[in-house]
Design a protein. Structure first.
Ligand SMILES: Nc1ncnc2c1ncn2[C@@H]1O[C@H](COP(=O)(O)OP(=O)(O)OP(=O)(O)O)[C@@H](O)[C@H]1O
Ligand SMILES: [Mg+2]
Lengths: 295, 260, 369
């Protein structure tokens, strides 16, 4: 492989990784507080992509209005998801909560299927995201550059909220010790809602960028990115936001590079992430940034 | 001869906290010993280390001259150390009898093939386990409740069932973590009698944690005191009662001693 | 001790000692099998093709749901990869039972590898091989899988199912890739499907009722306590895993020879989702519940086809809504888990003891004592 091609793949990997990173944050935040894999989280990508598309198509909104609206709407759906499917089960056995999450995920996918149809829809990429920059043999679509930048900005914003605001501090306290935080008189329902709002909004941003990157959208588009982002979250150390971001970038790079280096195995691309997960769980279950496990 | 059980210079750290700090103890066959100390002293952690629930950060444990520091929990039980839990850990949705029957699992002699095929050999084995378990329920006075769900038992009986369940593993040493917690004085007296009877009817070592000083002082022949993970004294109930270090660890706890 | 303040209620219902004798139970079981035999005989001679298909579906779903319940309900692990085991069983059985000539017809893009290109075994042998192959994979993955619990176990097993599907898609010379395998001989009939269903129910139920099953339930209830009572969770859970995979593999083989065409798309997570609905609706932890759930699902799945077909109500034509069935299924799962978490049976079983105690109970209620 030539040096140019390698750099090209590196850039592609970082770009894909940034999308995983944004999704992984939502998993990690929800897991941190509720100790739940939010199976329906990936489907929020799909919700956001359709919302953004229909905002542009049906209401003829320009993208810079349609996209933020889609993000807000998806955030709201994230909160709704928690209220409807998870909140009633706070005291229930964990297995019930997970089953509920799986049910919610299937419901969202199939509702979308019924309402919109299973035929993939073309996502209208705004012109300003369609340019390709050519630098000495490298073909870089601007989107590939924008997505890590947007991710970086959003993550900085999130870190500010989590580490500098009162709500963020309460959130961190809840993820360390849920019961103690409740006893301290903090309204946990509001903290949980905020967690879902933030996580879902970031997933929405990722979903819109995903739809621009792979501009054919369908009701099941969120499933695989969702699963992989979860793996990224585990890789980085679940419960740790910075870890999730790191895990996302690593997974993106890992996937692109393995396909680039071993093209014969390209068909098995989707299996690698899971093998990586098994490897991490076997050898370092706490992930890269995770703290030593305390029972 | 080697002592039955020995714990040498064991330290356990959780992140920054040193829950157990250079703790050593030796227990002989047939002894009835107590472990006391203020909340958070590290008593339960000592039990967790002995039973393999936690691994010591430093130090060694030997049982019948064999090191058990690295053995998994279920093998330690099979070697002959059984325990109860401070926060009751019964198999809530199973019957009282089934709770005890689980304890016989490690001694089952028929294979799962025999179980699945319903062979006579297996049926006899099930019958043996059942009768064995019923005897333990009888001893604990729980036979009438054999088919009740464990979670429906009142608190005091749940504690007793935990002891019966631990005994059914046929241990050489029994660890009881706050067996009298939440009991009324009547129940405590009966429990003390029950524990004495257990010790008298078999050659078994009993090591128990308890906050109720009167209970421990009356029951145990030897008492170990710990605070902040460290051993701060040991002796007969009288010696411990007059140990200044122990008294200062239990600031304000003197009233309880006076009664003992 | 405390007995003075707690007067035990007499609980004849829960006490097996009060039930029918072992001899009577054996007769009743024999009668039940005879009844099943008669019903199958009638349907296999006089039933319509549609009825036979539904009955076959029910039987295969029963096998799958009962073995899935062993892990999810009895051992208490959320295992999300049965689709992987079913796929392994289906492909194993299909590739072994098919004649080399037909295999060559199927494999257009690349030749089928040795020894599959020369081998053909009887259907029964292929089913056993299907179960054994699934169990072998269960054994291999249980090492990483059983090191984790809870959500992690769920996602790792889900990953296993995905990996199996991806490999089925990619390994052209073994599975014929996305094209799948067509033209299997329809070996599966009512006798095979119900025979396997009955066998799996009996064997798994015996296991659950034995001390081995007790140990599995103990792990589900409290793993630390189970360990402290001398139970080795790894070995017991592995046992459950192997048995469950074995029967799932056989059911996969039956499924392949029922629908006669298999492809990787058949064994997606959707299959696992359907099984999950069955055991949750039936009641996690109950074999009876799994059987009921499987039957309900097979029947309900057919009944719900109407919502996807155009409907004629008087002069009005309501167009069918494709995908509506899955919406209803997901809603059912959500509603059951949110509002009726125990499903139909909870963890109870319908047994002779239970029936007799009910009978005795109602009789006692009638005669004043
Ligand atoms: N699994 C664990 N992870 C982290 N810290 C722990 C763990 N178990 C115990 N600790 C800490 O170790 C210390 C000792 O706890 P331990 O439960 O042994 O005390 P104890 O003497 O049994 O107290 P009590 O009388 O309240 O039962 C405490 O500070 C506790 O918070
Ligand atoms: Mg304690």
């Amino acid at each position: 492989m030539s040096a140019t091609l390698f750099v090209q793949q590196l850039i592609n990997g970082i770009s894909l990784g940034s999308l995983y990173a944004l999704i992984a944050i939502g998993y990690t935040m929800v897991y941190g507080i509720l100790r739940l894999i939010n199976f329906a989280h990936g489907d929020l990508l799909m919700v956001a992509a359709y919302a953004a598309l229909y905002g542009m198509l049906l209401f003829s909104l320009p993208w810079f209005i349609s996209f933020p609206l889609a993000i807000i709407a998806t955030g709201a759906i994230g909160i709704l998801l928690d209220r409807a499917a998870y909140k009633p089960l706070r005291q229930a056995p964990r297995i019930s909560l997970l089953i509920s999450a799986i049910g919610a995920s299937f419901l969202m996918e199939n509702l979308a299927l019924v309402l919109i149809g299973g035929v993939p829809k073309a996502f209208h990429r705004p012109n300003c995201f369609s340019h390709v920059i050519i630098i000495g043999g490298l073909h870089i679509p601007v989107l590939t550059i924008y997505s890590p930048l947007v991710t970086l900005l959003l993550v900085l914003g999130l870190l500010y909220i989590v580490f500098k605001t009162r709500a963020g501090k309460a959130m961190r306290a809840a993820s360390r010790d849920f019961e103690a935080t409740r006893l301290m008189g903090i309204d946990l329902d509001r903290i949980i809602a905020l967690t879902f709002l933030l996580g879902s909004s970031l997933a929405a941003a990722s979903g819109i960028m995903w739809a621009m990157k792979y501009p054919q959208i369908n009701p099941f588009m969120g499933v695989l990115p969702g699963l992989k982002a979860f793996i990224a979250a585990v890789l980085g150390g679940i419960g740790n936001i910075v870890g999730a971001v790191l895990g996302g970038f690593l997974l993106g790079l890992f996937e692109i590079l393995i396909v680039a280096l071993l093209p014969d195995l390209a068909e098995y691309r989707d299996a690698f992430a899971f093998l990586l997960l098994i490897g991490v769980l076997l050898f370092r279950p706490t992930g890269i940034m995770g703290e030593p496990f305390i029972e | 001869m080697n002592p039955l059980f020995q714990m040498r210079h064991v330290t356990k750290e959780f992140g920054g906290i040193t829950a157990v700090n250079d703790f050593s103890i030796t227990l002989e066959r047939g002894e009835l010993a107590g472990l006391i100390g203020p909340n958070g002293a590290g008593k339960t952690t000592v039990f967790n280390i002995i039973t393999g629930v936690l691994r010591p950060t430093v130090g060694d444990l030997t049982w019948k001259a064999e090191s058990i520091a690295q053995l998994p929990s279920h093998l330690i039980t099979a070697r002959g150390i059984a325990r109860t839990f401070q926060n009751i850990k019964l198999f809530a949705d199973m019957s009282v009898l089934e709770n005890v029957m689980v304890s016989c699992h490690h001694s089952i002699r028929s294979s799962f093939w025999a179980a699945m095929l319903g062979l006579t050999k297996h049926r006899k084995e099930e019958e043996r386990i059942r009768e064995h378990s019923l005897r333990y329920l009888e001893e604990a006075g729980l036979s009438e409740l054999a088919f009740e769900k464990a979670q429906n038992l009142p608190y005091g009986l749940q504690r007793k069932l935990e002891i019966a369940r631990a005994l059914a593993t046929e241990p050489g040493m029994l660890l009881l973590d706050e067996p009298a917690a939440g009991m009324n004085p009547m129940e405590k007296m009966e429990l003390a009698a029950f524990i004495r009877r257990i010790r008298e009817t078999r050659e078994i070592t009993i090591f128990l944690i308890e906050h109720d000083m009167k209970f421990v002082m009356n029951l145990c022949e030897r008492i170990r005191v710990m605070n902040y993970g460290k051993s701060i004294g040991e002796g007969t109930p009288d010696e411990v009662r007059s140990n200044p270090q122990v008294i200062s660890a239990y600031l304000g706890g003197t009233a309880t001693y006076a009664q003992g | 001790m405390g007995n003075s303040f707690y007067l035990p209620r007499p609980k004849a219902a829960a006490n097996p000692a009060g039930g029918p004798t072992a001899g009577l139970k054996r007769w009743l079981n024999a009668a039940l099998f005879f009844l099943l035999f008669g019903v199958l005989f009638l349907f296999s001679h006089y039933g319509s093709g549609y009825q036979v298909r539904i009955l076959n579906n029910i039987a295969i779903f029963i096998t799958l749901a009962v073995s899935y319940n062993l892990i999810n309900g009895v051992c208490g692990l959320l295992h999300l990869g049965p689709n992987g085991f079913i796929a392994i069983g289906a492909y194993t059985s299909a590739l072994l039972a098919m004649s080399p000539a037909e295999k060559n017809l199927n494999f257009i893009l690349s030749n089928v590898i040795w020894p599959l290109n020369v081998i053909q075994v009887p259907f029964a042998v292929s089913l056993i091989a299907a179960g054994a192959m699934a169990a072998l994979f269960a054994f291999l993955i249980s090492f990483p899988v059983l090191r984790v619990r809870g959500d992690y176990l769920a996602i790792v097993t889900l990953g296993f199912g995905e990996v199996v599907r991806v490999v089925c898609n990619g390994a052209q010379s073994v599975t014929n890739g996305p094209l799948g395998i067509k033209g299997l001989y329809p070996h599966t009939n009512l006798w095979w499907s119900w025979g396997v269903a009955a066998l799996s129910v009996v064997v798994i139920q015996r296991l659950i009722n034995s001390n081995y099953g007790l140990a599995m339930k103990a792990i589900r209830e409290d793993e630390t306590a189970a360990r402290a009572m001398g139970v080795d969770p790894f070995r017991r859970l592995m046992l459950g895993f192997l048995i469950s995979a074995f029967f799932s593999g056989i059911a996969g083989g039956l499924l392949a020879h029922l629908i006669t065409t298999i492809s990787p798309g058949l064994f997606t997570f959707l299959l696992t989702f359907n099984l999950l609905i069955m055991i949750v609706v039936g009641g996690l932890g109950s074999t009876t519940g799994a059987i009921l759930g499987a039957a309900l699902f097979a029947w309900g799945g057919e009944a719900l086809r109407v919502v996807e077909q155009p409907m004629q109500i008087g002069p009005l034509t309501i167009p069918g809504i494709p995908g509506m069935r899955m919406v209803i299924f997901s809603l059912v799962l959500l509603l059951v888990i949110l509002f009726a978490r125990k499903g139909i049976m909870g963890r109870r079983e319908l047994s002779w003891d239970f029936l007799f105690s009910k009978l005795a109970g109602s009789r006692r209620a009638k005669t004043p004592s």
